[in-house]
Design a protein around this ligand. Sequence first.
Ligand code: PGA
Length: 251
Amino acid sequence: MRTPFLAGNWKMNLDRRAALDLVAALRERFADRDDVDAAVCPPFVYLAEVVRALDGSPIRVGAQNCCDEESGAFTGEVSAAMLKDIGCDLVILGHSERRHVYGETDELVNRKVHRALATGLDVILCVGETLEEREAGRTEAVVRAQLQGGLEGVDGAAMERVTIAYEPVWAIGTGKVATPEQAGEVHAYLRGLLTGRFSESIAAGVRIQYGGSVKPDNVRELMAVADVDGALVGGAALTPDNFLPILEFDR
Ligand code: PGA
């Protein structure tokens, strides 16, 4: 069975003191349990300190993005190798804010996926439709293009290191959460695509997180959905009082 994987995406929030206070509280209060995997994804500048603060803890540390190129003249970018070098072992790629605010295409996301995997970073690949796309009945077409585009050229063996996050854009930061039925439909569809692209056994091993207004009071019903294997949490990952009950959701 797939171990639920719950990750906090801090986005561009918190300052250094608040970041260290948050991880100190998580470290102290998150009971090491083998039935759930946990991660935090701070902004780049706090990563190294967060890695140190969580040294020896089961909570993993990820970045929110990386460059598709290996190294060189790419002002303002951060490479996968640099992330690996400071002890980060995970990266979120293709988040809707990267796609919609910064114009990242499936081709670029795919190059980042290859770079991250080749460097030894695990990947959370995000997919999700906008409200307009959902209302136009295009949800499946959109997530299919993002999943297939993002995973172009990735082989089945590497899928052990890839998590998919289904994040309907209309549910991100809006307080509007997908219903368990809506999430379940898309998660099952994504699992089917993975089966077609790889194999049933590989698809059965890939964790598919739900993201979009996950909170302590809705995490349990979302996690109860058959193909929902965890959550990518934004706003509610910024305080221990919200994130801990999510990590420790009652199964
Ligand atoms: P939210 O963000 O939980 O604040 O909706 C989720 C995400 O964007 O990963």
